[in-house]
Design a protein around this ligand. Structure first.
Ligand code: SF4
Length: 346
């Protein structure tokens, strides 16, 4: 859908998209050269690179978003909170960002929930060569009729995650939580809490923003881009985001929030990115479902295991490990569709 999206974005200008798989010596695997041809024949050409989750920069220029927070790690955040005598992460966010951050987070969360609801109602064949049928609505209906409570809850999480992932695959506007490919995980667990546990939208919004801040430490110290570090960077980050949000929502301690976010990433370390035929569908849609269940489990591990044994791995350490593992992965396993499943599934 990359070509269609670019052509739509440049309307009404006549745009042509050319995929160049031969160009070597790129500083980044996701590079786009934009060439604008003016009526008088002047040509303007610039290269941009996509950093993941909507961030981009002009090639050879620094990516320098304004730093708002005086820390970039979980540990740094803990120290700051201790020094400033703040014991609630949302309070910290509001103090640094201002009260308007609530409306911003609320808008994104409601958009994410709306995507789930719309997508559950949509029955179609997803665009692209794989001809996958969208199934989130069917999974949802079956789950609601299921008499087994455990099965019902696992399948509801799955249906919600599939709904967003299928919406992304069909080109609907989705919130990058934290990327398009992994956008189903966070909304799935929070929508589940909204529907099945009657959590208020206010509390869900605060939890959503807490998870986002913690996920941003991954962006600061590694990357959330599958093209750079493999699927661990996308789906692992989404799982850390989701389990940190959930743990905050469930009133767990700062240590337990860190525990949940760490466990989520730790057990996705090494996860490769191998989308079949270049579409964010196989294994991506199913992977969002599995990751939603995984994130929920990580929160439960933290809640039930943390009181008895201290976690030896910190969140900052697992980010370092993910970064190093991702850099060692061969490029065939980083969004190129040349290795892994993409090589074997026809
Ligand atoms: S396999 Fe690749 S494209 Fe699919 S969700 Fe993971 S990182 Fe994204």
């Amino acid at each position: 859908m990359t070509d269609k999206t670019i052509i739509d974005a440049f309307l009404p200008y006549d745009t042509k998209v050319i995929f160049d798989t031969k160009e070597k010596n790129l500083s980044h695997p996701n590079t786009m050269r934009c060439k604008a041809i003016y009526e008088d024949g002047t040509v303007l050409s610039k290269r941009y690179i996509s950093l993941g989750g909507g961030a981009y920069q002009e090639e050879n220029k620094n990516y320098s978003p304004v730093d708002i927070y005086p820390f970039t790690t979980f540990n740094g955040m803990k120290e700051y909170m201790e020094n400033e005598k703040i014991d609630d992460i949302y309070e910290l966010i509001e103090r640094i960002e201002g009260k308007d951050i609530f409306a911003y987070g609320n808008n994104l969360l409601l958009h994410s929930f709306n995507t789930i609801e719309e997508s559950l109602k949509t029955k179609d064949v997803l665009p692209g060569s794989l001809k996958l049928t969208a199934v989130s609505g069917e999974i949802y209906k079956k789950a609601m009729e299921n008499g087994d409570e455990t099965e019902k809850r696992i399948m509801l999480l799955t249906a919600y995650a599939y709904a967003t992932a299928e919406a992304n695959a069909r080109g609907m506007e989705i919130v990058t939580n934290p990327t398009c490919g992994s956008a189903g995980v966070v909304p799935a667990v929070l929508y589940y809490e909204y529907k099945m546990k009657n959590q208020s939208i206010d509390n869900l919004t605060k939890a959503y923003l807490v998870g986002a801040l913690i996920c941003n430490f991954i962006k600061e110290n590694a990357s959330v881009s599958g093209a750079l570090l493999g699927c661990q960077a996308e789906i692992g980050s989404a799982s850390s985001f989701a389990s940190a949000s959930l743990s905050y929502l469930h009133g767990l301690s700062l240590y337990q929030i860190e525990y949940a976010a760490e466990v989520s990433m730790e057990h996705f370390l090494g996860l490769t990115c191998d989308p079949v035929d270049g579409y964010v569908q196989i294994p991506c849609i199913e992977r969002n479902g599995i990751a939603a269940i995984h994130a929920y489990s990580a929160c439960l591990y933290s809640k039930n295991i943390a009181p008895y044994r201290k976690n030896r791995v910190t969140f900052d350490t697992v980010i370092q490990a993910m970064n190093s593992t991702g850099n060692e992965l061969p490029s065939d396993l980083k969004e190129t569709s040349l290795g892994g499943l993409a090589k074997f599934v026809v």
